[in-house]
Design a protein around this ligand. Structure first.
Ligand code: IMP
Length: 510
């Protein structure tokens, strides 16, 4: 039983037949994986593993009155019994990691059972520089990355020029590999405006110019080596062969895989180029954790309902306020919106204002970047698409955000309204109906959502702990999702705290 007397959720019972469970997101990320991983680690997990992404992720977890934002360290860290692993598929920025270790230690949270894979991909200053210089130079074509160097780090891995965490423990090897890899980055950076490169190299995240030499040479390699050798010394106690550790535990210990980002942002399944650079699906997560997807009993796919969000650029058919809202979000922050829109209503007739209200009520501002998240209605074609890979079990999150909304809209299907277009052996024509999202930019930019309207609930629902006690309108929404998207709603999150969770149907094994 959970140690919190206010919680009726019993993680051991909920996951009773499972040994390895993955927590992934069936949307665009930011669905509250941190809370669910924290909840399941508390009562069930022996090992929690991050397998994908890097410092681009940001999990805010609340414990009592305290809030913790973790970018790299798995959310199981708050529970002493759990071993926490940063797996071989993760892009590891040593500075971010060591800063987190510092924050945790100061908060008296033990890091004794924290391990980093010797194979974790090392994020180096030139990756961050490339990411930021590219984005700054792309103008309207930019992706809206988090600027953490994720794309260039994974590019180096595929290009066979990447460094790994273990290299930091062997200074000679580190220096040699760095010299080779950095040359290629310098050649690319020289093709950009030197003023932009200089500006980026002077940003806070790059040590305010500490690694900048001049326009021609760009990087001060000895400065990088000196700094990263220091990181290496501090990292030594954490670096392990975690693939072996995880393999050894499969089937014997309770393993929780902590996903990052979301299915629609997956390099493998998302809509290019508006994706991140790792595979956020259950398969990518398992692989990046050091195991096979066959070892995973089931995934829990997180789904924000009835409002979902997206950060950065890319298609979002159900966006509240459409293109105008997307443009607004490029520059909006919590502060600007607090000033300009003091009291937006979830029932406003203007969708842009409703979208701002969802953002404010749901605190939908990036944990990593502080950016305003774009807001929209739940999209079932996307959910059907994600569930094909991640399986039927879903966790509905942030359901309480809709408290007091009179009428809710759920996107049941799309109507295609582009030019004749071929994809996947099918010829799309104007007026075609689509039940499932398609990982193709042109199609996703040319679909119109078809909505079903359902009655909202008054709320508040944040104190409800059993399914029976939920308002009938919430139950209707759950039934509609289960029926129309073929999913199995296993948990419903009704508030940010661990205990604000209602159990639904038991999860089904694949
Ligand atoms: P990158 O991962 O920084 O390269 O960014 C690529 C895309 O993924 C951008 O649209 C980002 O906004 C998005 N993205 C990356 N990490 C997250 C996340 O943790 N939550 C939501 N979106 C993310």
């Amino acid at each position: 039983m959970s140690s919190d007397p206010r919680s009726l959720f019993d993680g051991k019972k909920f996951l009773k037949d499972a040994k390895t469970v993955a927590v992934v997101c069936d949307q665009f990320g930011d669905t509250g994986k941190g809370k669910i991983v924290d909840l399941l680690s508390a009562s069930w997990a022996d090992i929690v593993v991050r397998g994908t992404g890097g410092g681009n992720a940001g999990h805010t977890i609340s414990v009592g009155t305290e809030k913790h934002v973790l970018h790299l360290v798995p959310c199981g860290i708050l529970h002493e019994q759990a071993m926490n692993v940063i797996g071989s598929g993760v892009a590891l920025d040593p500075k971010t990691f060591l800063d987190e270790v510092d924050v945790l230690s100061r908060a008296k949270i033990s890091v004794n059972k924290l391990a980093v894979s010797s194979l974790a991909h090392l994020v180096l200053p030139y990756h961050i520089a490339l990411d930021r210089v590219r984005e700054a130079s792309l103008g309207t074509g930019k992706i809206g990355t988090t600027g953490r160097g994720i794309g260039p780090t994974y590019t180096d891995f595929v290009n066979r020029t990447g460094l790994v965490a273990n290299d930091l423990l062997n200074p000679d090897v580190f220096r040699k590999k760095l010299a080779k890899a950095i040359d290629e980055s310098v050649r690319i950076l020289r093709t950009y405006d030197p003023a932009v490169v200089r500006e980026v190299m002077r940003q806070e995240i790059l040590g305010r110019g500490a690694f900048y030499k001049d326009e021609k040479i760009i990087f001060d390699v000895p400065a990088i080596v000196a700094q990263y050798e220091k990181y290496g010394s501090a990292l030594r106690e954490f670096v392990r062969d975690t693939d072996a550790l995880v393999r050894e535990a499969v089937g014997k210990k309770n393993i929780l895989l902590e996903g990052a980002q979301g299915h629609l942002l997956s390099l493998r399944y998302g809509t290019h180029p508006f994706v991140t650079s790792s595979d956020c699906s259950v398969g990518g997560l398992a692989e990046g954790s050091g195991m096979s997807v066959r070892d995973v009993d089931f995934a829990l796919g997180l789904v924000k309902a009835p409002f979902m969000t997206r950060v950065g650029e890319g298609p979002f058919p159900t966006e509240l306020g459409g293109e105008g809202a997307a443009v607004h979000c490029r520059n909006a922050t919590r502060e600007t919106e607090a000033k300009e829109y003091p009291n937006p209503s979830l029932n406003d007739k203007d969708d842009l204002i409703r979208g701002i209200a969802v953002r404010k009520v749901g605190n939908e501002y990036g944990a990593t970047t502080g950016r305003a998240r774009r807001t929209g209605w739940l999209d079932l074609p996307m959910l059907r698409y994600a569930a094909r890979t991640n399986g039927p079990n879903v966790v509905l999150t942030k359901v309480d955000i809709a408290d007091g909304t009179d009428v809710l809209k759920i996107c049941e299907s799309y109507i295609y309204d582009g030019e004749p277009y071929e994809w996947g052996g099918h010829k799309y024509q104007k007026g075609d109906a689509l039940q499932v999202a398609v990982p193709d930019l042109y199609i996703m930019e040319h679909v119109r959502p078809q909505y079903t309207e359902i009655k909202g609930w008054k709320g508040p629902i944040g104190d409800i702990r059993t399914f029976d006690d939920l308002p009938k309108e919430v139950k209707n929404m759950v039934a509609l999702l289960e029926k129309r998207a073929g999913v199995n709603v296993s948990l419903i999150s009704v508030g940010p705290d661990r205990e604000a969770t209602v159990a639904g149907n038991p999860p089904r094994k694949a």
